[in-house]
Ligand binder design. Structure first.
Ligand SMILES: [Zn+2]
Ligand SMILES: [Zn+2]
Ligand SMILES: [Zn+2]
Length: 389
């Protein structure tokens, strides 16, 4: 036995292995072996490791791999470099960054998602992402979103439902009590704590943005307000005529009615000061609804969204300050379980929560990208990947 440097003559540099030591096994290199290799798309380079193995160079890609002699003679050897190149290309088509195989499972690869998180995904799943059939949503980002939602109402998201219901999660209230709650309910703060008896009805409120149109008189206004039941509020409390069209453009969940009230009042004062032209004078809509102020022009829409963005950010910060310990709560990592088996439906909502919502701005949970993914430089001749022998 001796160690020799074999040079790969392939010009496809990413997959060539010109500087890897191969352990040569001395023995006859029969002509019919070379012939078999050629007919199957490979060049037979040498016998390596022991009497059972040969080194093959892939004719299309130039990459070298070790195959059992019996595989060469009785089956079609598969080039692991060509296979990895296909996975790589599929990842790009799926909008993901290929990070390499998952060494723990031969049907999985590791990828960086568009959000910057890494995750393991099944190859067949990535193919479906590439074809547009499904999206490669990030479970890490989903968990972060759920943590933020829960925090607003004084709950910490612990993990998925121990009883396995995909719509539920396990949460811990600020009093220390742990409880299963449907995520859609907690999104809206609709949860009583069985530990301390605090009732959600006394707690949360909502700041809403309504689009109000009256086709008969071709009037079109926007309204910002707060309510514990924004969907119910618009018709009854605004006293709108039956033919008025009302759409809930956005709802911001507030921890308490008090918060909602004070922040809404402050927002109106600020809008009145900074954007007086956005306000509609009362006489213009006095016959249409029974409010006397806080009605805005349609072209103020982006200003109003910015106002709600600020409120949303402020209550998130306040919640974080109130519950600093949530940061130490262990959250599930991306690699922790099979994402395809995860039944979480991030879009699942109860009927009560089915009003159209403008998506909240993304939370800043991106993780920094490494400068470059270190390419696996281990001797590829040792890699079988279960493909060749
Ligand atoms: Zn190849
Ligand atoms: Zn993510
Ligand atoms: Zn409690």
């Amino acid at each position: 036995m001796s160690t020799t440097i074999l040079s790969s003559h392939g010009t496809h540099t990413p997959l060539s292995v010109s500087d890897l030591p191969l352990v040569i096994h001395h023995g006859d290199l029969h002509a019919h072996w070379s012939e078999a290799a050629r007919s199957k798309g490979f060049d037979l380079i040498a016998r390596v490791q022991d009497r059972l193995h040969v080194a093959l160079r892939c004719q299309p890609c130039g990459g070298v791999h070790v195959a059992r002699h019996s595989v060469l003679m009785t089956a079609q050897p598969l080039c692991p470099h060509c296979i990895e190149a296909r996975w790589h290309a599929t990842a790009i088509a799926a909008g993901l960054t290929w990070l390499g195989r998952d060494t723990a499972h031969r049907h999985y690869g590791r990828y960086r998602l568009p959000c910057g998180h890494t995750a393991r995904r099944q190859f067949t799943f990535v193919e479906r992402v590439a074809s547009g059939a499904v999206s490669a949503r990030c479970e890490t980002c989903l968990v972060h979103r759920e943590e933020e939602e829960a925090l607003r109402f004084g709950w910490a998201r612990l993990h998925r439902d121990p009883q396995g219901n995909p719509a539920y999660r396990l949460y811990r209230h600020s009093c220390g009590h742990e409880q299963r709650i449907a995520r859609a309910n907690l999104q809206w703060g609709q949860c009583d704590c069985a530990g301390c008896g605090q009732s959600w009805t006394a707690k949360p409120s909502f700041i809403y943005l309504l689009d109000i149109r009256h086709p008969g008189t071709r009037r079109h206004y926007l309204k910002v307000g707060y309510s514990s039941r924004p969907v119910k509020r618009h018709r009854h409390q605004l006293g709108l005529p039956k033919d008025a069209l009302v759409e809930v453009l956005r709802v911001v969940a507030m921890p308490t009615g008090h918060d909602a009230c004070t922040r809404e009042k402050a927002a109106h004062a600020r809008l009145k000061r900074d954007h007086p032209q956005a306000l509609v004078p009362h006489p213009e809509y006095a016959d249409l609804m029974n409010v006397v102020s806080e009605i805005y022009r349609p072209d103020a829409l982006s200003i109003l969204h910015e106002t709600l963005d600020r409120i949303e950010a402020a209550i998130s910060d306040a919640a974080r300050t109130r519950n600093p310990d949530h940061l130490s709560t262990p959250s599930r990592t991306a690699g922790g379980s099979d994402p395809e088996a995860a039944p979480d439906d991030p879009e699942a909502r109860t009927p009560a929560a089915s009003v159209p919502l403008v998506p909240a701005p993304p939370y800043p949970h991106r993780i920094p990208r490494p400068i470059a993914a270190a390419r696996d430089r281990h001797p590829i001749l040792r890699r079988h990947w279960g493909l060749t022998g």
